[in-house]
Design a protein around this ligand. Sequence first.
Ligand code: RNT
Ligand code: ZN
Length: 420
Amino acid sequence: MKSSAAYKLARSAYAGYGVDTEAAIRHALRVPVSLHCWQADDVRGLETPKDGVAGGGIMSTGGYPGRARNGDEMRADLDLVLKLLPGKQRLNLHAFYAETGAKAVDRDDLRPEHFARWLGWAKSRRIGLDFNPTYFAHEKANSGFTLSSADPGIRRFWINHGKACRHIAQHFAKELGKPVVHNHWVPDGAKDAPADRWAPRERLKESYDAIFADKTVNRKLCVDAVEGKLFGLGSEDYVVGSQEFYSSYAQSRDLVLCLDLGHYHPTESVADKVSALMQFHKRLLLHTSRPVRWDSDHVVILDDAVRNLFLEIARGDAWDRVFVALDFFDASINRIAAYVIGARATRQAILCGLLDPTAKIQAAETAGRGHERLALMEQARALPWGAVWDELCERDGVPPAAKWLADVARYEKTVLSKRG
Ligand code: RNT
Ligand code: ZN
């Protein structure tokens, strides 16, 4: 394939800064990005809907037509998404996407066979799977507490769910011959100042210890991660599983810590946390997301938060120590496009990190020329990364630029518009 004139110019512009665009393209295509299945159906899951079940702070807003209504529609949508994305993708499933046929199976009874269709799909597409227990959107989560509940029966139920999910994750890993990242997030917390902030945290720790005590699960196959947050809908004052809780928990239990870009105060820099945490944590799971004034899970775009995050991974050469996954849900726009925009933005940030003229900038810093460092950082943002991106797409056989919109329009007309 012949490279475009724009790419050739970009290649030499970057070469002038000591950056090899060829190596960056190859590397950016290799980094696995895990697609969250839950953008396809607005995080509803495939269980038979029940009245009076609270969402657990997870809420997708908007009524754009075409939501996937079952597993087959989700997989069809994901097939198109995969065709429009360059590089290596994985699929991230949640437990409440089990397909149990006519039989209702509660979360503590889930088994690998309930995910046979997802597994078959992943095998035929040759992609890896990741997994998450679903500790929300269930009557036993209505109180706002699950693994940290004061009720031993509720706790037991969710512990059994966590355990069941680890076996499902391990099964996927064995079948696919690839480790599965298994991420635990619980909605537990309080809307207003609780009088006891201690006991729920102690119970959360004990419940997780009970889940991870199962030694029949090989942690090289089921790679457990834990995800905290600052606040949620209905847990504005107190989140049991806060950043401090999970950072210490993950580190002391040798688990992976998950950082979600939407889970911090807006003035906090998640990028800055990476080099601090990685002095102590072996690996991190990164959820790319976009908070707009709150943890709103807007579609990921190539904003500074995302760019800076992957710039830090590149500067620390920490690619082998991070797992990258998407986490957003927007029901107000075409959902296929939401996937493509968010996944492309994430990989663009990866590419931009790899294209950074770090050596030159750091040399200026080391030499004490602060003005040169700042000028080069500004210049780096102006370098023609877009031409390198289009080249990356062409080489991987997917539409460059915004040409994928045509495929989305066709699919909307022939498939999505026919959904009730
Ligand atoms: C919630 C967490 C969590 C979820 C998914 C659905 O605030 O970000 O990752 O979004 O598990
Ligand atoms: Zn998340």
